[in-house]
Structure formats: C-alpha cells, structure tokens
Design a protein around this ligand. Structure first.
Ligand code: SF4
Length: 248
C-alpha cells in the first residue's frame, strides 16, 4: 500500500518569520560547531575584495587566486583602482585570463574601478548609507546583486546576506525555499531572520560556502552532515532508500 509522504520534493516549507529565524540560528550554530570560524574574505585588503568580487563571478576561488597573483606580480594592485585603469584593456584581460571570461571581467573591473575613483574611493563611499551604496554599485555595468552584496558585506562591512548558488542549494535542500526565487525576495527573507550584524553575516556566508563545498555538494554526503536531522532532501532520500512511505 502506498501512503503519502509528508516530505515533498517540490513544495518548500513556508516558515513564519520567527520559525525561519530559529532555523537560521540552528543551522549557523551547527555549521560553526562543525567547521569553526572561517576568517573571510580571502583577500589581502579591501580593494582586493572589490577586485575578487568581480573575478569570482562564474568561477572557483582557486582560479581567482591565480588571476590575483598575476595582478600582484605586475604591481597592478599596488595603486588600487588607478593601477588597474592605467593598464590597457588587452593587458588587463591577459592578467585575468585564469579566472575565465577574462575579456568581460576586464571590462567589468574597469567599470567598477572608474566608479570607485569617481565616487571618492573608500573614504567617501564608506560614509554612504547601505541602500545608497548598494544602488551605486548596482548602477555599475557588470555588477549584479550578488557581486554588490559581496562588496557591501566584505569590503564595507554592511549587514547584508549574500545569496549565492550555495545559499540557494542549501536552503532549497533543507526545504525552506524553492531555490529559484528572485534574489531580492530571498535576501530580504534571510536578512530578516538574522541580527543586522556584519560579523555574523560574514561568518554565515563563509560557513555555507564551506559546507556546500565539502558536504552539501552537487552530490551531497548526507551521512556526514550535521543538518541531516532537519533536512527535507535527506529525509526524502531516506524514505526512498528504505522504501517506506513515512519518515517515522
Ligand atoms: S543532509 Fe544532505 S542535502 Fe541536507 S544539508 Fe546536509 S548534505 Fe545537504
């Protein structure tokens, strides 16, 4: 006899704000307990974070590191945005080659650097309220919401939740979101469930990335996951494996 399962693959659980907040705190505590503090962002200074936020689009951090090494080797990071803009677009693209999409990224990086200089660098930008700073970043061609939030959180220490592919994967598997919601919907929901604390949000994003690289991978290793007890994906897999229609 086939019984209906309480675990649905497609229907995310609509959590009340207070339940979502409690769930977010639990996930954070478990990930921190497993991995410890992550000490992000992996850049040497705030300007490198800006550069890294562009270079990390659609690629791994290992590839970004190789491109950053190229830039450091030729001194292109020594004078922040001016050094980048002094290089010809073709030379800049050559240094960025290891990060992939290097011609597009060279263009985007030049756009960001021009904006950064025109706006008065960190000294003036740091005085802007987060919403205005975010709007300014989003006005730069090639800077989307995820890149803007990377920069806001890690270079300006503003309390924003970065919604990247790992975030979508993790919370969709837990069953809290569908995964394909618009960026702003997810960002405001997740931010609303946490204290507006840049240190907490920095650590949270870094822990999600670590967890999704090591355990909640494309093919997840649920047997090693500290979140398995409350995970809809894991429950569904368990039901499937055991051939029963209930998670009890
Ligand atoms: S139990 Fe599996 S699917 Fe769920 S969060 Fe952990 S690794 Fe990901």
């Amino acid at each position: 006899m086939k019984r209906s399962s309480p675990v649905s693959a497609s229907e995310p659980e609509i959590r009340s704000p207070s339940r979502l907040a409690a769930g977010l705190r639990t996930v954070f505590a478990k990930l921190l307990d497993r991995y410890g503090p992550q000490d992000w962002w992996p850049g040497e200074n705030r300007f490198e974070i800006l550069v890294g936020a562009i270079l990390t689009q659609n690629t791994s951090w290992a590839a970004v590191e190789r491109a950053l090494d190229n830039l450091r080797a030729v001194g292109a990071l020594a004078g922040d945005a001016e050094s980048i803009l002094e290089a010809s677009p073709a030379r800049l693209a050559g240094w960025l080659r290891p990060s992939g999409y290097f011609r597009i990224k060279a263009k985007r990086l030049r756009n960001l650097c021009a904006w950064f200089l025109a706006q008065g660098r960190f000294r003036r930008l740091s005085r802007l309220p987060t919403a205005r700073l975010r709007a300014g970043l989003l006005g730069v061609s090639g800077v989307g919401p995820e890149t803007a939030d990377d920069i806001l959180l890690y270079a300006f220490e503003r309390p924003v939740f970065v919604v990247d592919a790992y975030t979508r994967r993790l919370f969709a598997r837990l069953g809290w979101i569908g995964g394909g919601e618009p960026y702003e919907d997810l960002r405001s929901r997740l931010e609303g469930g946490l204290a507006p604390d840049p240190v907490l949000l920095n650590e949270y994003h870094a822990l999600i990335v670590r967890h999704c690289k090591e355990v909640c991978r494309k093919r997840p290793v649920c047997g090693q996951c500290p979140l398995a007890g409350g995970c809809r994906f894991a429950a569904r897999e368990r039901i499937h494996r055991e051939g029963i229609g209930s998670c009890r």
